[in-house]
Ligand binder design. Structure first.
Ligand SMILES: NC(=O)c1ccc[n+]([C@@H]2O[C@H](COP(=O)([O-])OP(=O)(O)OC[C@H]3O[C@@H](n4cnc5c(N)ncnc54)[C@H](O)[C@@H]3O)[C@@H](O)[C@H]2O)c1
Ligand SMILES: O=c1ccn([C@@H]2O[C@H](COP(=O)(O)OP(=O)(O)O[C@H]3O[C@H](CO)[C@@H](O)[C@H](O)[C@H]3O)[C@@H](O)[C@H]2O)c(=O)[nH]1
Length: 476
């Protein structure tokens, strides 16, 4: 069997590397229109950072795993084609700011139709609106010159989380395959199932109809994000009442019906998926006339925006309502630890909020480059996921530091925006001595030892925790 995957990104690259590793009898080729990305996949410095990815790629690349820009050739030769291209939020026209932009998906479908001389199984790996398979089938059918070529479409949404992608792929909670309830649809499901059965126990491979599989992906992300917005909303109430959000989360999380995961209050959820997929869900509900359902899910995004804004306002108020010209160290820029990915990271909105008030930011992240940070801080909302976006210039209000100590040197405040483990073990006494006084800490991830910091002399704000006495005075 030959598999081709269109899109060598965060999903296409790791997913195909795992299939190649687990299925030595299958040839896997990942293709992309982005030549620089393919070059990086073929080099010693892969285009994305993901723990464990290098080892898997190195063990299969050149054997049964290939990365190529020869899109037509490999798609034409493949039996199974995964489509793992971007499905960003539309930036203009009908549904702008909510609906999924399927330009890249439709482009891929037209190309598949044009180069196919044999029947294909086309697998939706990208996250797409429910009913996309129907539209894609029409595009494939109407654009293929050979009437004998059959296309069977499957929905096989990806549930990996960044930072743990390789572990998630090796040992997933479940794999979901949706297909048509026709004999041909069921046969196609069987083919894809046989790929995953190389390493995943049969009971974890779920099958469903196409629409259920497509909608399950959007629903899974909406439910996960909803838990974060729920606990984040409670974090605001904790600060107002003197309760401690970590104690509340622990207390409710021990109820087995609620469970303890995804209850970490934070400066807001980020990443390329949660906001995009909820907005997509909201748009679908609106187009189905389900106004109340749309409003319900939209509130998850509203609370997330509120949480980021609230964090910025806390910083400004605590620092005597003026941060203009003050140096603020930003520790962490990635949307979560163990990834260099900055897509929709809460750090973007927090940094923009601080810059709007005139702060001078010094940013340190162990895995994010200065060029990426510059790009992110000038890119308009929703533009980041469009491969055609323009490169950014230098932003005068920010500098980047080589480590956390440099970032904090001479700063009035430090903020923790990503929960990198290395931040927990910094020498804060050394940092305190080099900072302006009063020295503020704003912990947007609740990873530091707040009491120890207070003993050193820091004024500490921690999300969802009783306010520092110094700050209480400001609010009384
Ligand atoms: N990132 C995640 O953790 C994650 C997890 C699950 C699902 N998803 C979904 O998977 C999809 C891909 O996400 P990603 O994070 O891998 O995106 P990405 O931007 O990292 O990768 C997409 C790639 O597709 C390429 N591409 C676009 N159009 C193409 C075409 N016509 N031909 C060839 N290549 C083309 C782009 O150049 C890009 O390299 C999205 O729908 C996303 O919602 C992402
Ligand atoms: O208790 C928590 C858990 C997460 N987060 C934040 O939520 C965001 C998303 O985290 P996570 O879900 O771990 O990472 P993603 O890589 O975005 O993965 C999500 O999005 C993917 C893309 O659709 C899905 O495949 C995954 O199942 C889903 O977890 C990050 O900013 C986290 O810091 C919190 O603030 N509190």
């Amino acid at each position: 069997m030959k598999i081709a995957c269109i899109g060598a990104g965060y999903v296409g690259g790791p997913t195909m590397a795992m299939i190649a590793k687990m299925c030595p009898d299958i040839t896997v080729v990942v293709v992309d229109i982005n030549a620089a990305r393919i070059k990086a996949w073929n080099s010693d410095t892969l285009p994305i950072y993901e723990p464990g990815l290098d080892e898997v790629v190195q063990s299969c690349r050149g054997k049964n795993l290939f990365f190529s820009t020869e899109v037509h050739k490999h798609v034409g030769e493949a039996d199974v084609i995964f489509v793992s291209v971007n499905t960003p939020t539309k930036t203009r026209g009908v549904g702008a700011g909510k609906a999924a932009d399927l330009t890249y998906w439709e482009g891929a479908a037209r190309m598949i139709a044009a180069v196919s001389k044999t029947s294909k199984i086309v697998v939706e790996k990208s996250t797409v609106p429910v009913k996309t398979a129907e539209a894609i089938e029409k595009v494939l059918r109407r654009n293929c010159a050979d009437p004998d070529v059959q296309f069977e479409i499957l929905s096989n949404p990806e549930f990996l989380a960044e930072g743990t992608a390789m572990e998630d792929l090796k040992n997933p909670d479940r794999v979901l395959i949706g297909g048509k309830e026709t004999p041909a649809g069921q046969r196609a499901i069987g083919v894809l199932k046989s790929v995953y059965q190389h390493w995943i126990p049969e009971e974890r491979i779920l099958t469903a109809n196409l629409w259920s599989a497509e909608l399950s992906k959007l629903t899974a992300n909406a439910m996960l994000a909803q838990r974060i917005s729920s606990i984040n909303s409670i974090s605001a109430l904790c600060e107002a009442t003197g309760a401690d959000v970590q104690q509340v989360a622990h207390s409710i999380g021990t109820d087995s019906r609620i469970g303890g995961k995804f209850l970490n209050a934070s400066v807001g959820f980020g990443g390329s998926c949660f906001q995009k997929d909820i907005l997509n869900l909201v748009y679908i509900c609106e187009t189905q006339g389900l106004k109340q359902v749309a409003e319900y899910w939209h509130s998850v995004v509203t609370i997330n925006d509120y949480q980021k804004q609230r964090f910025v306002e806390r910083i400004i108020e605590a620092m005597f309502n003026t941060i203009s010209g003050k140096k603020i160290a930003v520790l962490g820029f990635a949307f979560k630890k163990d990834t260099g990915d900055t897509r929709e990271t809460p750090a973007i909105d927090v940094c923009k909020g601080l810059m709007a008030d005139g702060a001078k930011l010094c940013i340190y992240d162990p895995k994010v480059t200065e060029a990426q940070i510059n790009q992110d801080l000038v890119t308009p909302k929703f533009e980041w996921d469009h491969p055609t976006r323009k490169e950014a210039g230098k932003n005068e209000a920010i500098t980047c530091a080589a480590d956390a100590y440099d970032a904090c040197d001479g700063a009035h405040a430090l903020t923790v925006l990503t929960e990198w483990d290395e931040f927990k073990t910094l020498d804060f006494q050394r940092i305190y001595e080099k900072m302006m006084k009063p020295a503020f800490v704003f912990d947007g991830r609740n990873i530091l030892d707040h009491e120890a910091l207070r003993e050193m002399g820091f004024i500490v704000f921690a999300l969802g925790k009783p306010l520092d006495p110094f700050m209480q005075k400001q609010y009384s």
